[in-house]
Write a protein that binds this ligand. Structure first.
Ligand code: SF4
Ligand code: SF4
Length: 325
């Protein structure tokens, strides 16, 4: 399937968000994971690469540096990144699956996040235990709730520290309107568990990785692609997150976004160039789009920071960022 905007020359504008995929090691094995992350993940950023990346980040001072994976907490370089960027006044965010922070070895990361004012973007695919456990594994919901309560206790979601939750559909359908869903999340999490958060992010499942295999095996791939293409909204094209974001992989190569990273599609013209070798004063490559981009351009649009357009609104997330979970 070719994309409807194939002949448009869509290019990167200023790079404001730099997303670092620290690797494919994760404590979970979710069915929809587009990175195919698992406890066996063996592609993880080493110290030498991390230092090259860190030095370049400090030199170019992006608006925000976002860490993803896998579970970024499982990469031993995450702490160095966060502390050094904090010292330099560069904002950071971590995309966490929450359950990792319930594990003894990683739970102290909560204090690190709070001390360095790291924004937390946390996966919670549903406020219902059954739905969450079905998508993410048995026992996941209870662990997420425990960790969210601990995050609230140190000021996340109810004080000065930012806590966003992430919803993604558990099947081959589009997310419901974020406004209604956010109200439901807020009411139910507060009433049942006393949990507060700042914002709900809804993400359309990208038809790649394990989710694509699931669609193919269940005979739903064609119909899901048709659903996405039939809901194509040309207004989203000015706001797709890849215009203001790059993703860096564990070895330092760059991609238009985390989805292209998962597919191994490097940024055009930079296939053999590592992040720290790039002159960002002369950087406006053409964005490489393919059929999976329909997930970002269907209906109100989608990015890893939520919908691109809100009802009755101009652009909502013009500079959105992207992630795995
Ligand atoms: S979706 Fe997130 S939590 Fe699940 S396996 Fe992938 S990286 Fe891990
Ligand atoms: S998947 Fe989305 S963010 Fe990535 S290149 Fe396509 S439109 Fe851009």
């Amino acid at each position: 399937m070719t994309v409807l905007w194939e002949n448009k020359d869509i290019r990167k504008a200023s790079v404001e968000t730099i997303q670092i995929n620290l690797g494919n090691r994760c404590n979970q094995r979710c069915l929809h994971c587009h990175i195919d992350a698992s406890p066996d993940g063996d592609k993880n950023m080493d110290k030498k690469t991390a230092i090259y990346v860190l030095e370049k980040l400090i030199a170019i001072t992006p608006s925000i540096v976002e860490f993803t994976g896998g579970a970024p907490e499982m990469n031993p370089n995450l702490q160095m990144f966060i502390e050094e960027l904090w010292r330099k006044g560069i904002n950071t965010a971590v995309r966490t699956n929450l359950t990792i922070l319930d594990m003894h070895d990683y739970s102290p990361m909560i204090d690190l996040y709070a001390n360095c004012k790291v924004k937390i973007i946390a996966s919670l695919p549903c406020y219902s235990k059954n739905n969450t456990d079905r998508q993410r594994g048995s026992g996941v919901f209870d662990k997420c709730i425990r960790v969210l309560q601990r995050l609230n206790a140190v000021g996340y979601g109810n004080g000065s520290l930012e806590l966003d939750l992430v919803y993604n559909p558990s099947g081959s359908y589009l997310p419901p309107p974020v406004e209604n869903l956010e109200n439901d999340y807020r009411k139910i999490l507060k009433k049942s568990y006393g949990i507060e958060f700042n914002k709900l992010i809804t993400i359309t499942n990208s038809p790649i990785g394990k989710f694509k295999m699931q669609l193919i095996n269940s005979g739903n791939f064609e119909s899901y692609m048709r659903l996405l293409a039939n809901n194509f909204n040309a207004d989203t094209l000015n706001h797709i997150m890849c215009r203001h974001l790059i993703s860096i992989d564990y070895s330092g190569y760059i991609y238009d976004c985390d989805f292209n990273l998962a597919l191994g599609i490097k940024t055009k013209g930079y296939e053999y160039t590592k992040f720290w070798e790039i002159d960002f004063n002369n950087f406006n490559p053409e964005i490489i789009c393919a059929e999976h981009c329909y997930a970002c351009t269907a209906s109100s649009g989608s990015s890893c920071n939520g919908v691109l357009l809100r009802k009755n609104d101009a652009a909502f997330n013009t500079h959105a960022d992207c992630s795995t979970c």
